[in-house]
Structure formats: structure tokens, C-alpha cells
Design a protein around this ligand. Structure first.
Ligand code: ATP
Length: 304
């Protein structure tokens, strides 16, 4: 874990949220507390619907906590800002713009008046190169693969020079091989830039491979932080070499046990043992259509 003189770089303090419903307020989160250090990579894992995206949306400033709040470097944040960039599961690129132009939009928003035209061009190209998209920067989203689109989304977020990168299942829609490549790229980028990252995932191996700490959430309603696991694996991490180390196996087992033995979903008809369970916490989740609806809701809010 990165050491820092600012242990409370990002503070999620006593966050609760009630959503209005026809039957009255629905408490989705109850007293979520989390302290994150600068440069730390934290994953949030939990069963579908427990409130992971809600936590991320509150940190992003897209949702407002009913109680408690978010403090970044000593200042309360309650609206979106470029210092907290979000990458969603399904890329949110504008289809009529090239990869370069999509990144340019964000860069202009943040650096207008601060960087010259030439500096902006260099910065956009630098960020696209960082995610290995320099060869296709003038292609439009419909001309590139899903993995490449996610890379552009990550470049766009990084180009805003955020202090905190918020990743909402960034690799969830990708095939296993592309997902592995992007996970490796993400580790390289984070080693280079030292961003603070909060990533939501359903994938236990992804959480163990990438994280300094894994935050395991209890089931909702009124979900909260159940347990926090420290991943004491040295960096740089190599997925093949690491997969058989005792620490990797310990972490993987701890997460599976939390998810399937201590916090198994109540509605699951047959209880699963940690050993029998797949490493993907999404196994019990709702159809992905729910996620798409939720994503659209978030994007509409972000655009408003
Ligand atoms: N805008 C909203 N209005 C009402 N209820 C909401 C709203 N957003 C989320 N919820 C509810 O809050 C709970 C947490 O939802 P959230 O999307 O944060 O869960 P999640 O853990 O991210 O789920 P998944 O893993 O399926 O993406 C769910 O019960 C959801 O139905």
C-alpha cells in the first residue's frame, strides 16, 4: 500500500442514503465509513443491488447523501468535479466523435485557458498513448472494439488529471482476454501516475489482482461496509506468478467466504460453499438489463 502523510485523502464519512419510493423512503446505504489514502487502489465488491454504484455515485457527486458526506483533501464535495473522473462499464463515448475528439472534449473542459492548443494536443495524444490507443486515435467508436472503447474512456478520464479515478465495473462487459489486458494496463498506469482508484467489481480475481484493499459490502437494504481485506501482494503483480502464492489464495478465499458463506444472498435457493462458488460474484445477479437502465439513469443525471 502506498504510504502517505495524508491518511485521510478521501474520507467517506457516515454516508447513508434514502431513495424516495412510492412506499416511502428506501434506505439503500447505512453509515458507510471508509478512509482512503492517496495513491491507494480500493475495490468494492458485494452482491448485486447492495449499493456499490450508489457509493461511487455519491463520491462522484452524482447522488447526494441523506446523511454524512465525502471529504477530499479536507474539503467536502457534493457535486461532480474533474478531480473525480468516472469510467462506466459501458463506454460513454460520443459516437460521432473520434477517440481523439472524445478525449479532447474532456481536456477542453478542464484545461481551457490553462493549456495552449499545442499543449492540449500533446496531452490528448499522451493519454491515448498511455492506454495503447495511439494507433487508432482518429477512429470513431463504431470502428473500434469494445476493449478499445473502454481504453478511450479510461484515457478520457485520465486526461482530466483526476485525483481520484472512479471505475464502475470498467471491464465487466469485456471478454476474458481483453479484460486481462486492460487490467494489466490499469496496473501499469496506476504505478506510473499514482492515482487514487476506487473500482467496483463483481470479479474476485480482478479485485485481488488489482487492489491494495478490498471493501466487502453487506447485502442491502441499509447496506454498509462488512469487512475490509488488505491485499499484501508485492507490486508489480504478474497474474500467472501470483495466482498460486499463499497470499493470493488467502485473499481470494476470504472474499469468497464473505460473499457466499457469511453474506450469501437470502433468495438463493441452494446455499453455496465458498469452494463451490465461482469466483464471479455476479453469478447471482440480476439480468444485465438492470445495469443498463441504471447506467442510463446515471448518464442522464451526469449530463443534466
Ligand atoms: N435512483 C434510485 N432510486 C431508487 N432506488 C435506487 C436508485 N438507485 C439505486 N437504487 C436502489 O439502491 C440499491 C443499491 O443499488 P446499486 O445500483 O447501488 O447496487 P449495486 O451494488 O451497484 O448493484 P449491481 O451490482 O447490480 O450494479 C438497490 O436496491 C437499487 O434498487
Amino acid at each position: 500500500m502506498t504510504t502517505s502523510n495524508h491518511p485521510d485523502h478521501l474520507l467517506i464519512s457516515h454516508v447513508s442514503i434514502d431513495f424516495p419510493t412510492p412506499k416511502g423512503p428506501f434506505r439503500a446505504l447505512d453509515k458507510v465509513d471508509l478512509r482512503i489514502e492517496k495513491g491507494e487502489f480500493v475495490s468494492i465488491i458485494g452482491h448485486s443491488g447492495c449499493g456499490k454504484s450508489t457509493v461511487l455515485n455519491i463520491v462522484a457527486g452524482l447522488y447526494k447523501a441523506t446523511e454524512g458526506g465525502i471529504i477530499l483533501d479536507g474539503k467536502e464535495v457534493n457535486e461532480p468535479g474533474p478531480e473525480r473522473a468516472v469510467v462506466f462499464q459501458n463506454h460513454s463515448l460520443l459516437p460521432w466523435l473520434s477517440a481523439y475528439e472524445n478525449v479532447e472534449l474532456a481536456v477542453k473542459q478542464v484545461f481551457k485557458g490553462k493549456k495552449s492548443k499545442a499543449e492540449m494536443k500533446e496531452w490528448i495524444e499522451h493519454n491515448l498513448t498511455l492506454v495503447h490507443m495511439d494507433h487508432a486515435m482518429h477512429k470513431r467508436p463504431d470502428e473500434i472494439s469494445g476493449g478499445m472503447k473502454q481504453r478511450v474512456g479510461i484515457a478520457r478520464a485520465l486526461a482530466m488529471e483526476p485525483q481520484v479515478l472512479l471505475l464502475d465495473e470498467p471491464f465487466g462487459a469485456l471478454d476474458a482476454l481483453t479484460r486481462a489486458h486492460l487490467q494489466d494496463s490499469m496496473m501499469e498506469i496506476q504505478a506510473q501516475l499514482g492515482n487514487t482508484v476506487i473500482m467496483i467489481t463483481h470479479d474476485v480475481d480482478e479485485a485481488v489482482l488489482l487492489s491494495d484493499r478490498i471493501v466487502m459490502m453487506s447485502n442491502g437494504p441499509a447496506a454498509t461496509v462488512g469487512e475490509i481485506l488488505e491485499v499484501n501482494l508485492p507490486r508489480p503483480r504478474n497474474r500467472v506468478e501470483m495466482s498460486e502464492t499463499p497470499e493470493y489464495i488467502r485473499c481470494r478465499h476470504a472474499v469468497l467466504q464473505f460473499l457466499y458463506e457469511r453474506h450469501g444472498r437470502k433468495e438463493a435457493s441452494t446455499p453455496k460453499s465458498a469452494a463451490a462458488a465461482t469466483a464471479n460474484a455476479d453469478e447471482d445477479s440480476e439480468p444485465s438489463g438492470g445495469n443498463i437502465v441504471k447506467l442510463n439513469k446515471t448518464l442522464v443525471k451526469a449530463a443534466a
